[in-house]
Design a protein around this ligand. Structure first.
Ligand SMILES: *[C@@H]1O[C@H](CO)[C@@H](O)[C@H](O)[C@H]1NC(C)=O
Ligand SMILES: *[C@@H]1O[C@H](CO)[C@@H](O)[C@H](O)[C@H]1NC(C)=O
Length: 400
């Protein structure tokens, strides 16, 4: 009985001494977790282009983010989307100003429409990030991830165009500054979100690649033991086919790249490089064709001017593709991050220019045959560019 009492006392004492210690420990771990989260956000933001903006807008969500790169990227996207929405509201209210010129109202409307496109693209990116979360294997993950990257980079380019539109008279003084500041801010938030998405993609590629490499080496072992020789050409063609499943236009992808399969071998980098080369060659040929067509005497003045605009925009596309190909050829371990993000930005910029170009050929008074011809060629370039971007994003996502 005495022994039992002693034991009871011992337990009581332990409880007594432990309880304040326990409370303190819990408090410390709570504060520690929060500190850890804040530090995580700070160090992740350092890798973005606008670290101060990044930390300022994301540190408020430290408790929800903790140290998850996925939640960090998702929160960055959500914050960007909500900024874009409030900017749209702000800019659309400007049309209520009295005494605006027609041209100024037009500029405001164009800007609202472009922010609207940005919102649309960011919304799609948010959806793709959600699908990344429920991906069952690396292929699914890489597919949704490259879509999220593509939509986010597409959202990036429109903002620049919108703030260019505000160089007219509306833009005297305070309104101009206020609109530009908001648009620039949405641009910076979008750029940061893209960096954080890319960082998350890279991290996940590492975690998937264990399984992938394990499976690959298992497969290779089985292949080697069952087959003495593997037909290399078949392997190369299969690689092009399987890589093309990540693109939006897989049939065009296979058609355009299968002739290069012996050069590409099974390299994700070379297939992205080859896709860029082919897109550039096609854009060059179309540009030359349009220069020839625009000097044809059978075209109406409006058609000639649409054609010239298109040639000018294709010139930008050519420039962006050339720069991308240049950096793709010089990609190395030390410049990888910087060059890869340049390439992704330029190729997405090339993508949107082509859309504007084919928009110029809308309208019923345009010559049927010329319109169909030009739109067809532009569409092929746009599809080739979209495929090249998907292959670049895929290469970036598995680069570890
Ligand atoms: C914005 O986009 C949505 C859907 O994409 C569309 O329904 C709406 O009409 C657009 N609004 C403006 C002002 O362009
Ligand atoms: C792409 O084009 C460059 C220059 O024309 C060439 O050196 C390179 O081998 C090509 N690469 C691929 C993968 O097609």
């Amino acid at each position: 009985m005495a022994k039992l009492n002693q034991t009871f006392f011992l337990i009581l004492s332990i409880c007594y001494f432990l309880s304040p210690a326990l409370t303190a420990a819990t408090a410390a771990s709570r504060a520690g977790a929060s500190n850890k989260a804040v530090n995580f956000i700070q160090s992740s933001c350092k890798t973005t282009t606008y670290p101060a903006v990044c930390f300022h807008s994301l540190s408020a969500y430290a408790n929800a983010i903790q140290t998850s790169p996925k939640r960090l990227a998702e929160t960055a996207l959500a914050v960007t989307l909500s900024r874009a929405q409030s900017t749209k509201l702000f800019v659309s209210r400007l049309t209520r100003f009295k005494g605006l010129k027609k041209r100024e109202v037009e500029a405001i409307k164009d800007c609202v429409e472009e922010i609207n496109d940005t919102i649309d693209r960011l919304t799609k990116s948010v959806q793709e990030m959600k699908l990344c979360g429920s991906a069952k294997n690396q292929e699914q993950f890489a597919f949704h991830m490259s879509n999220a990257q593509t939509w986010t980079s597409a959202a990036l380019t429109d903002e620049n165009t919108c703030s260019d539109g505000f160089s007219g008279r509306v833009t005297d003084g305070r309104i101009k500054n206020s609109v530009r500041a908001r648009i620039v801010n949405v641009g910076h938030e979008t750029s940061n979100a893209l960096s954080l998405i890319n960082a998350f993609a890279k991290k996940m590629a590492g975690s998937f690649s264990f399984n992938h490499h394990f499976l690959a080496s298992l497969l290779i072992t089985i292949t080697i033991t069952t087959l003495k020789s593997v037909h290399t050409t078949t392997t190369n063609t299969e690689f092009v086919k399987s890589s093309c499943t990540f693109t939006t236009y897989p049939r065009l992808c296979v058609t355009s790249l299968s002739t290069q399969s012996s050069l590409i071998q099974t390299s994700h980098k070379l297939i992205a490089h080859a896709a860029l080369n082919i897109t550039l060659a096609s854009a060059k040929a179309t540009s030359a064709m349009m220069v020839r067509l625009s000097s044809s005497s059978r075209l109406k003045p409006r058609e000639v001017s649409a054609m010239r605009d298109c040639v000018e925009e294709l010139g930008d596309t050519l420039e962006e593709l050339r720069k991308s190909i240049g950096e793709m050829g010089q990609l190395s371990g030390s410049n990888y991050e910087v060059y890869m993000s340049d390439i992704q930005t330029w190729v997405s910029a090339a993508l949107t220019d082509e859309n504007t170009c084919s928009d110029g050929f809308e309208g019923d008074d345009m010559n049927g045959k010329v319109k169909v011809l030009v739109r067809g060629r532009i569409l092929v370039i746009a599809h080739l560019t979209s495929n090249a971007l998907a292959l670049i994003n895929h290469f970036a996502s598995i680069h570890g």
